[in-house]
Write a protein that binds this ligand. Sequence first.
Ligand code: CP
Length: 391
Amino acid sequence: MTEKRDFISIDDFSNEEIEVLFVIADKMNQLLHRSHGVLAGHLMGSLFLEPSTRTRLSFEAAMNRLGGRVITMSDAAASSFSKGESLADSVRIVSSYTDLIVLRHPQAGAARLAAEYAPVPVINAGDGGHEHPTQTLCDLYALRQTKGRLGGLKVILYGDLKYGRTTHSLALALVRFGTDVLCIAEPGLELPAYVRERLCAMTGTVEQGIRVVDENSVFSGKERQALLYCRDPQAWGIEDDRLKLDGVHCDAIYVTRLQRERLPKSETTLAQALPPIDARFLAHDAFVDAVVLHPLPRVDEIAHEIDGDPRSFYFRQAALGVPVRMALISFLLGHEMMRVERAKPRIFEERGKKRCQNPNCVIVSEGEYLLQRVWSDQEDAWHCIFCDEVL
Ligand code: CP
């Protein structure tokens, strides 16, 4: 019997596996409107304990288009979670009914926990403010379609980078593929430390705090603080920690909304401080060839006036979720093979009695039945296996 594969973190697939998956997605795109039934007889459990439009429906569309069937739980209040059933027990039960589980959950690390208890493959469809790796597959596939490659690009991540979980998985993937990432965050909503540390380790550099200067109009003459993750800062023309936007040729700008549902009470009054992406913004020379991506839903961070601009790719990006997820489901259910180098699995260890203190970590909400384990890519930093925060 082959070992089951889960997809919990973007780290679970190597670059080579992602590239092969995209070749399978190309094939799925061709088959989309034909009935082929390759997964007839398979059943997917779709557990969404947080609201969703795109992820749930594109996963369910993908499974249906492959000829499989779906059972859904989209309201935790109408399930036995509301009676206090643990996540571990719930996924054990759903595994006994289905061949694959897709889980969205409000706590960081919930999908990792589910994968430990489920004998069937588990896909992380978003775990709290932590990761959203299948959105990253859609984002990368959109970049590959528009730019023809995933490495050697310049991408701006723009908006709420702290609670916007899609940016965590995406930043790690982009830097791993050799693309430079410039992070322009809402003030106080920069990428979490555990992501930033890994980006620095991957680029082999220390984090570079810079000021983005625009003498024209994009930032209304103000300087914006930003963080740059790249192997060659000279390629961005940075002088004295200042980056002149006029000299940049940006390939993509990836926008996220303020994730109000995740802001702690102390931050709920935060107003959007960054200007929206609108026609004036896109008129800047830096963005002449830049595609605009967004995981959606949007609120007001992208003006409707640019929806018809050929650079606005966000609706097509969402549509690509179906062939990408068809490819992923087919692979995890053993219908497609990837004979390339696998991502190295993380080694989890028990270290002392210290437990994760992140109030949004699943280990805090699920309680004592979970054993705290840690992983490390550097000897001095031990991360919680569920939420990746340093213990
Ligand atoms: N991008 C995304 O996760 O959208 P939904 O919340 O609608 O699934």
